[in-house]
Design a protein around this ligand. Structure first.
Ligand code: UD1
Length: 423
């Protein structure tokens, strides 16, 4: 298994190109099941999670062709005739549950393995299930699989989610495009990935209004047609690389990065002394003074501070001036990076969903272990400013969500390399 070796070596300068959003691509791909005509996605990120979703769609009978070195995904579901999403694929990635809504809408029947717990929390499916039941589906759990059936098709409904779940919003929006009648989805998630999904569905002929607000209205259609759609820029990758010069110093331009997708994140950066400005090609980031100030962070649904940037922000706070309190409100177990950062000399006290970080002058390199996707990249960020060498082990998590991290950071002057087990 590969390791990433980082030696903290001072300021970073230059440009990093931002890839298409993993989380947007993972919901756009299952949308192919809604139409018999081809759906082509451009600006797709080259990540193992995307390959997992491609394998899942292929197992359902869809064709998925990757072109231009993986940046273009040409999909066709005209022959997709299987409605069973197998445990062996689903267990690898929770986002596999995004085939549930499209399969049910298309076949009136879906059997999808329950994704099971993952490292950052229990992540149940009750919100997805309750919403689809309101649309007329009968769903039961048997042998670890959700068996969903809507013999006479799904019907439009007025649904209020108990929590603005991203995945449940995506599943319901996709299912509702082929339902009979109109669906009104209240307390919907507002994340930019949902706006991107709706933009694509509209190109496929769907009638949808209100995306990006908490009420989305979807008019059901008999069929959707084909489309070509570019995947929106990855706001989490953008936010992650924005924090690299915050830790190591220097000035980095993120090509394709979009401030409008970052919500409260940019306000927090401003508060801790990081300047962000738009450029013709994206955005540019640098520290205002030598050391950033400690700030408190509470993770929230969009446009609040994203949970997917909490670990990276903690890495910044480890060497900030003062004490910061980070509160994780979306997932119950998302501080696994904290003990690893402590091994690098950070002072962090975790009590339940709250971490108190007392900034130290400098971290020290150490061998560390990546425990989930965002945790792994937070360790790489911390290592950029640390004294000496850090070896990040178990980087397969990283490859799920960050495209060529060592090339991107290497291009702005970081001393970073990937070492394979036999290398
Ligand atoms: C998506 C993102 C993930 C991000 C998360 C929150 C993708 C592929 N993944 O995950 O990177 O961290 O949004 O922004 O887009 N919940 C329930 N019951 C449900 C569904 C969710 O209790 O039926 C809970 C979850 O356990 C979690 C919280 O709601 O604590 C948020 O989950 P949700 O918004 O659904 O996240 P995902 O769609 O899984």
């Amino acid at each position: 298994m590969d390791r990433i070796v980082v030696r903290g070596n001072g300021p970073l300068n230059g440009q990093i190109a931002i890839s298409g959003a993993k989380n947007a691509c993972l919901t756009l791909m299952p949308a192919t099941l809604l139409s018999e005509e081809p759906l082509t996605l451009t600006n797709a990120p080259r990540l193992s999670d995307i390959r997992t979703m491609a394998t899942l769609l292929q197992s359902l009978g869809a064709e998925v062709q990757t072109m231009q070195d993986g940046k273009v995904l040409a999909m066709s579901s005209h022959a997709a005739d299987t409605h069973v999403a197998d445990y062996d694929i689903v267990r690898k990635m929770r986002a596999s549950n995004l085939v549930l809504g499209p399969l049910l809408a298309r076949h009136g029947h879906a059997v999808v393995s329950l994704p099971g717990g993952c490292a950052i929390g229990a992540r149940p499916m009750d919100i997805h299930i309750a919403a689809l039941e309101e649309m007329g589906a009968e769903i039961e759990l048997k042998d670890g699989y959700l068996h969903a059936r809507a013999a006479r098709g799904l019907k439009g409904a007025d649904i209020t989610l108990r929590f603005a779940s991203v995945g449940a919003t995506e599943n319901v929006v996709m299912a509702a495009t082929l339902a009979k009648g109109t669906t009104v989805l209240r307390n919907a998630a507002r994340e930019p990935e949902i706006v991107d999904l709706v933009t694509c569905l509209r190109k496929m002929g769907a009638e949808i209004a209100g995306e990006g607000t908490d009420t989305i209205t979807i008019g059901g259609m008999d069929r959707l047609h084909g489309a070509t759609h570019p995947v929106v820029a990855d706001r989490i990758e953008t936010g992650t690389y924005m924090l690299a010069p915050a830790i190591a110093g220097g000035e980095v331009e993120l090509l394709g990065g979009r401030i409008d997708l970052l919500g409260a994140f940019c306000e927090k950066l401003d508060a801790c002394g990081i300047d962000v400005a738009e450029t013709p090609g994206g955005l540019i980031v640098k520290r205002r003074n030598g050391r950033v100030d400690a700030v408190n962070v509470v993770t929230e649904i969009f446009p609040g501070f994203p949970t997917d940037l909490q670990a990276q922000m903690m890495a910044v706070m480890c060497t900030a001036d003062g004490v910061s309190v980070l509160e994780e409100r979306i997932f119950e177990n998302r501080f696994m990076h904290a003990p690893e950062l402590v091994r690098m000399g950070a002072q962090i006290d975790v009590q339940g969903g709250t971490a108190t970080v007392t900034g130290v002058d400098r971290l020290k390199g150490a061998p560390v272990m990546a425990t989930d996707l965002r945790a792994s990249v937070s360790l790489i960020l911390a290592a950029l400013g640390a004294e000496g060498e850090t070896v990040v082990n178990r980087v397969y998590h990283l490859d799920r969500g960050y495209e060529r991290v060592e090339e991107k950071l290497g291009a702005v002057g970081a001393d970073i390399e990937r070492v394979s087990e036999d290398g």
